[in-house]
Design a protein around this ligand. Structure first.
Ligand code: SAM
Length: 431
């Protein structure tokens, strides 16, 4: 009975690489013979990878699908701390290019059988002798499996220059290891029907090579190698939006601050005009709790090696500690919202303590103030301690309000915030 692979064999090969990436967490990965970039499209979701490169001799085949590697709208709207750059090159694996040195992982999936044996030698020298990655995954057809494939006469593809037995593949791999300082494990994907596995092996045989000495071992370029420079042609490059880019961090922070400030303003105004009854209040409180939990979870999804991405109670406490003076002064002082000169003032301390994403993005209250200081879209109070929002809906009330003492306009909502404080002080003095 002819074997039918489920999932299909090409997916099994890619899954093998993905499983390796999940375990080893390489930061720089290059796929040689990337063809239509289908493996790269799967790898781009692996947050450890910071540089993802594809190389193929056939530029047209890369160009056909390369735009599928571009960021999508959510990558712009909700960027994370992850960094990812993707580069695609037209070039031959028999030629050296300096940009491909120093990678953690090189993959060569069903590529070497498209090379002449002389070119396989060059490939070995380029990949193992010049690029010297920490790990290499090479897959190639196992010719011993071919008799099990239906209606196959000759090679599996018309462009194949050879198809190796397991012994031939292992002989080449062991020579490479000896010459360039690697060790190798042999495995594969595409199992034979029951009882035949040992006799014929996997349909696609795979060698996983590790550089001796691992990441710590480094190699020095010879003078000849150093002159190789750039022999590949860059076809495509893209940087994914990341919160590590200060401009992007500011943009996201500003939109988050404006969103929450507006929300807090509305709640406060509803309270002030008595539009909210108790039942609604309860409902809102629980809705908001859920929403905040979701936000907190989202903020926690950020990478863990950034200082401000750690969120939740513990870090909040640490940040409070760091900023104690400013934070507590603000809390004890002007914590409440109020209307001032047709603007509603929402204290940064309230925003910082009520909105997990704002606190995660800014890291501390003083940082938040600093980051918002020169933002054209955010109007801060004169002392920089509150966001001022236009008061549109309640102009009549505002006039009334001006006749009364502004101090009375207590920000009742503050009591629902985890770090809210009693109202003290006079906002107007600070505007
Ligand atoms: N790796 C792909 C995957 O897993 O989906 C499939 C690879 S396809 C079978 C072989 C690819 O190797 C082709 O896209 C071909 O253009 C490319 N190729 C052949 N010779 C090459 C060379 N000397 N340098 C770079 N790429 C080469």
């Amino acid at each position: 009975m002819a074997p039918v692979f489920s999932p299909p064999l090409h997916r099994q090969r890619h899954q093998f690489v993905i499983d390796f990436v999940k375990r080893q967490k390489p930061q720089k990965v290059v796929d040689l013979g990337c063809s239509e970039c289908s493996l790269l499209k799967k790898l781009k979701f692996h947050r450890e990878i910071e540089l993802l490169v594809g190389v193929d001799i056939n530029g047209a085949i890369i160009k056909k699908k390369m735009h599928g590697l571009a960021p999508v709208s959510t990558d712009y709207l909700q960027p994370s701390y992850d960094q990812l750059r993707i580069e695609l090159y037209q070039g031959s694996v028999t030629q050296k290019d300096m940009r491909l040195r120093g990678f953690d992982l090189v993959t060569s999936i069903e590529l070497i059988e498209h090379l002449t044996l002389d070119d396989v030698e060059r490939f070995s020298e380029v990949v193992f002798g010049y690029m010297t990655p920490v790990a290499v995954i090479v897959s190639t057809p196992n010719s011993e499996f071919n008799p099990l494939l239906p209606v196959l006469a000759g090679f599996r593809h018309s462009d194949h220059k050879f198809e190796w037995t397991r012994a031939e593949f292992q002989s080449w791999a062991l020579k490479v290891c000896l010459a360039y300082g690697y060790d190798v494990e042999f495995t594969g994907v595409g199992k034979a029907p029951p009882g035949q596995q040992e006799r014929v092996g996997f349909c696609s045989q795979i060698g996983v090579f590790h550089r001796l000495g691992g990441r710590e071992s480094s190699n020095v370029l010879s003078d000849d190698d150093a002159e190789d420079g750039f022999s590949y042609t860059l076809l495509y490059s893209i940087n994914y939006p990341s919160l590590r880019d200060n401009n992007i961090l500011r943009r996201v922070l500003v939109s988050e601050v404006l969103y929450w400030a507006e929300k807090l303003k509305r709640r406060w105004m509803e309270e002030k005009t008595g539009e909210r009854d108790e039942a609604e209040e309860c409902l809102r409180a629980s809705e908001q709790r859920i929403e905040m939990e979701e936000k907190q979870t989202a903020a926690c999804g950020a990478r863990t090696n950034h200082p401000v991405e750690q969120c939740g109670r513990e870090v909040l406490e640490v940040q409070e500690g760091e900023d104690e003076e400013v934070f507590w002064n603000n809390r004890k002082g002007q914590q409440e919202s109020c209307i001032l000169h047709r603007s509603v003032s929402v204290p940064l301390a309230v925003l910082w303590s009520c909105c997990p994403k704002v606190s995660a993005l800014s890291g501390s209250l003083s940082n938040l103030r600093h980051l918002l200081m020169d933002e054209p879209n955010v109007k801060l109070s004169q002392d920089g301690s509150a966001v001022l929002l236009q008061e549109q809906d309640l102009e009549e009330e505002e006039e009334e309000e001006e006749d009364n003492d502004v101090e009375d306009s207590g920000y009742g909502e503050a009591s629902q915030c985890p770090h809210s404080a009693e109202q003290e002080g006079d906002w107007e003095a600070n505007i």
